[in-house]
Design a protein around this ligand. Structure first.
Ligand code: PLP
Length: 398
């Protein structure tokens, strides 16, 4: 017998599993190269060489009792200092080791900070479309998720609705830029306006409202677009970062939280977050990976490979007559379904072995997400199939 709170998660999980199994079934039947699986955000670009070299060297040269040992719950101090200095160089911030807590990826970082700040019944605001796991994370601490409806013209956050939905009970707002599932990067102007709304509401209610910046895609930005560093715009910002996509290490589970000194009560929040890391059961982030990150702190994956996929898929879909905002970050396209029922559209795609995720999985029906972190051949070979799919809906090729 399982806990009642788990029942909806188990039911929902079966939908995701069904999609995954469907992909495997089609690959077995037609061959992996004949299936265009755009469903998973699993990086297709390998981790940079320095990751492998660092692992080998660390294992051969470091004292194993340190390398594989327990440590401070926040992580190795030298590793946190190296990352803090890298952030300072890149963004003109002034962090030090004490502002960082190493986490088991972004997912764990979000759980740590929500456990740290959230009382039961308090509200966390998210902008649709959003990574649906946020809802589960907020429920973990008996918080209440409040959704802001999408601005489908720009997919920038709808700040007018934000103003209306912040209450005395609002504890945090989560943003994610570059964004899953739209690939949009929030502009500096948007960030400034968002900060102004939060400042005004903090004053109105006399409460702290945290801005949680979920940033697993920070390094995946194209066309030279600038991804603003949010702690510089709003002092009650906590950054959640991950190396899952930026170094293609999703299975290694490594990331960090930044809790700046400027954040209200920062010393207490930092101490509590370290404890949350421990009592949530992670204890600390994986030790070997922490040391690897310190050695690869300024390394990058081949972002140009994603960029090529982005442009070829985007241009190819536009030529078929589909509508989609041109993404400037992450590795997703969020395409308008030619019919209101986007789940039916996803089903139709399967006839051509095209696998897409319905927008309702991101609280934004009427759209589908394509993860273009696939091989370039998959992109090129999928385009004639997309053309056939488009023709079914009478879309006119351009
Ligand atoms: N946040 C967003 C927006 C994501 O897309 C993902 C993963 O896809 C995560 C968080 C979780 O990332 P991690 O693998 O670092 O836990």
């Amino acid at each position: 017998m399982i806990a009642e709170k788990m029942i909806p998660f188990v039911q929902n999980n079966s939908a995701i599993r069904t999609m995954f199994e469907e992909g495997n079934r089609l690959k077995k039947k037609y061959g992996a190269d004949k299936v265009f699986d755009f469903s998973l955000g699993n990086p297709s670009v390998p981790a940079p060489d320095c990751v492998r070299e660092a692992i080998i060297d660390l294992v051969n040269s470091e004292d194993p009792t340190v390398l594989h040992g327990y440590m401070n719950n926040a992580g190795f101090e030298d590793v946190r200092e190296v990352i803090a200095q890298s952030l300072n160089r890149r963004f003109g911030t002034s962090f030090s080791a004490k502002n960082l807590i190493m986490t088991v990826g972004a997912a764990s970082g979000l759980n740590v900070i929500l456990k740290t700040i959230l009382n039961p019944g308090e509200e966390v605001i998210v902008f649709a479309p959003y990574f649906l796991e946020y809802g589960a994370y907020v429920k973990n601490y008996d918080g209440r998720l409040v959704e802001i409806s999408p601005d489908t013209d720009t997919f920038q956050p709808n700040l007018q609705e934000l103003k209306e939905k912040i209450t005395a009970n609002t504890r945090a707002v989560i943003v994610n830029t570059p964004h899953n599932p739209t690939g949009v990067v929030y502009s500096e102007e948007t960030i400034r306006e968002l900060a102004a709304v939060l400042e005004a509401k903090q004053r109105e209610y006399g409460n702290v409202i945290y801005l949680i910046s979920d940033e697993p895609y920070r390094e995946l930005a194209y066309d030279g677009v600038k991804v603003p560093y949010l702690t510089k715009y709003y002092k009650n910002t906590v950054v959640g970062y991950s190396y899952s996509k930026s170094l293609s290490l999703p299975g290694e589970r490594i990331g960090y939280l930044v809790i700046p000194d400027e954040l209200e009560d920062s010393g207490t929040v930092i101490a509590a977050a370290g404890i949350a890391n421990r009592i949530l059961g992670s204890v600390n982030a994986p030790s070997l990976m922490q040391k690897v990150i310190a050695r690869c702190v300024d390394a990058e994956v081949d972002v140009a490979a994603y960029d090529r996929n982005r442009l070829d898929l985007y241009n190819g879909l536009m030529e078929c007559g589909f509508q989609c905002i041109k993404p400037q970050g992450a590795f997703y396209l969020f395409v308008k379904s030619p019919i209101p029922d986007e789940k039916a559209f996803c089903e139709a795609g399967k006839k051509y072995n095209i696998l897409m995720v319905p927008g309702s999985s991101f609280a934004c029906p009427g759209y589908v997400r394509l993860a273009y972190c696939v091989s370039h051949e998959t992109i090129l070979h999928s385009l004639p199939e997309f053309r056939k799919l488009a023709a079914e809906y009478g879309l006119s090729a351009k």
